[in-house]
Design a protein around this ligand. Structure first.
Ligand SMILES: Cc1cc2nc3c(=O)[nH]c(=O)nc-3n(C[C@H](O)[C@H](O)[C@H](O)COP(=O)(O)O)c2cc1C
Length: 437
């Protein structure tokens, strides 16, 4: 069975979605509605991205974009935990501008209050602008960010293992609340962190919340292989998704894990219509609302390279080597060169799928493509990015999900109670649990 995530963001994933007459308001009730819709469609999880800065290169251009303010994902997911019953709740938190003890506590608690539905999207922070909000002059270089991210994840997992499942005996007669030998003190000292532990949150229903990793560079793939349960990724073509899938699964095996222990879920930006022409008209309608200044700003932010001084109808310039080491700039650069795209063309493509696979068509056409990706070693599931919310999530759940179910590719009821069970992942043994002989 393939896995599905609903990638939610205010208004939807199209850069101009906020200007469309059918768009949702950016309010809590709309998130509740979308989370419940995804749950009605038996999605594995909802997913919230995050960064801790406003991209402020130009206030004038920024003032024409909706991607300025957003809810803090952790608070939002905690509220959504009380409004849903089955769906996984995955939120982004940064290893560059946060502390492992904070993250371990928050996700450990979210796992408790949601009865085992929490997931952490581990990011090392893409936006350099975040540095200035945390007392730093410069964003860390990618290699250092990933070294810190790896140590950070190791500390978080160690803290989640602080207590055995049955540590808290709460024996009223003897007065023993927990068994001391079932508490484990991490006592970590490494390159970036010194953390004593134990965590002041009990071991959670999933053992450990799910870890999602969305970096796709060499360092990102290694991090996924070592610690991730789910890998989110962006691929515009089947071939690049297949190559990525084989690469990561190979790394997972070399790291001594079952290849199936990491689910690879590329993003999909689907525009649906009853006929191909209707789908195309919906897509074109949103594209016509794009302000080129905004789409170029978005492209610059994604590249980490300012394009405003280059001619809009000229070619994408060669990008410096330090920019090209990250996965998405390399992807955009390759797309631009392959299809001979101008900055305007590339920014318009970005305005829709941001480098993720765009499918414009009928529910059957969308299901055909998802099936091909699933059956030909490109994906274990998909992170669905509706262009316009709530309309396009409603349509996906009402039209594509039944088609996938008819083909026997997707569940008709939840298999388990936790996110881990629904994803078909083993509950991890704590690092202090006795080794099996
Ligand atoms: C689906 C998806 C969601 C992501 N969400 C975030 C996010 O919320 N915040 C962030 O800083 N980076 C996010 N990223 C970026 C990655 O975590 C990573 O930092 C970026 O891809 C650069 O690393 P790389 O060169 O290893 O890919 C996301 C990437 C993907 C594919």
């Amino acid at each position: 069975m393939l896995k599905l995530g609903a990638f939610l963001r205010s208004y939807g994933h199209h850069v101009a979605a906020w200007r469309h007459p059918d768009v949702a308001q950016d309010c809590f009730e709309d998130y509740v509605r979308c989370a419940r819709t995804a749950e009605r469609g038996h999605f594995d999880m909802i997913f919230l991205a995050d960064n801790a800065a406003v991209y402020a290169e130009s206030a004038e251009v920024l003032s024409r974009s909706s991607w300025t303010v957003r809810f803090e994902p952790f608070s939002l997911l905690s509220a959504l935990a009380a409004s849903t019953n089955h769906i996984g709740l995955v939120g982004t938190a940064t290893t560059t501008y946060d502390e492992p003890y904070h993250i371990a506590r928050r996700f450990g608690t979210l796992d408790q209050i949601s009865n085992g539905r929490a997931g952490w999207n581990l990011v090392t922070s893409r936006q350099a602008a975040e540095a200035a909000n945390f007392g730093r002059d410069l964003h860390l270089e990618p290699a250092e960010r990933y070294r810190r991210g790896r140590e950070f994840a190791d500390v978080v997992c160690g803290l989640w293992d602080s207590w055995d499942d049955d540590a808290f005996v709460r024996d009223k007669a003897s007065g023993i609340f927990f068994e001391p030998e079932r508490m484990h003190v991490l006592d970590h000292a490494g390159e970036f962190f010194r953390v004593l532990g134990p965590l002041n949150v009990a071991r959670s229903p999933q053992g450990r919340p799910i870890i999602v990793q969305a970096g796709s560079s060499e360092d990102g793939k290694q991090l996924s292989a070592g610690i991730a349960d789910v890998g989110f990724t962006a691929h515009p073509t089947l071939e690049s998704a297949q190559a990525f899938y084989a690469d990561v699964k190979g790394r997972v095996a070399r790291a001594g894990r079952e290849p199936d222990a990491v689910k690879i879920m590329p993003g999909i930006f689907p525009t649906l219509g009853a006929t191909p022409a209707e789908a195309r008209a919906k897509f074109d309608e949103l594209q016509a609302l794009v302000d080129p200044a905004v789409s170029v700003m978005q492209l610059s932010a994604f590249l980490g390279f300012d394009l405003r001084t280059y001619p809009l109808d000229g070619p994408l310039p060669d990008l410096p080597p330090n920019v090209m080491t990250a996965s998405r700039p390399a992807l955009f650069h390759a797309m631009a060169r392959r299809d001979n795209l101008t900055i305007r063309d590339l920014s318009l493509q970005m305005a829709a799928g941001r480098g993720h696979r765009q499918i414009i068509g009928t529910p059957v056409q969308v299901a055909d493509e998802l099936e091909t990706w699933y059956r030909t070693g490109a994906a274990d599931g998909f992170n669905i990015m509706p262009p316009l919310l709530p309309r396009d999530l409603d349509d996906f759940v009402d039209m594509v999900v039944p088609e996938l179910q008819r083909r026997g590719l997707f569940r008709t009821s939840y298999e388990g109670t936790t996110l881990r069970e629904n994803l078909g992942l083993r509950r991890p043994r704590g690092r202090y649990a006795p080794q099996m002989s």
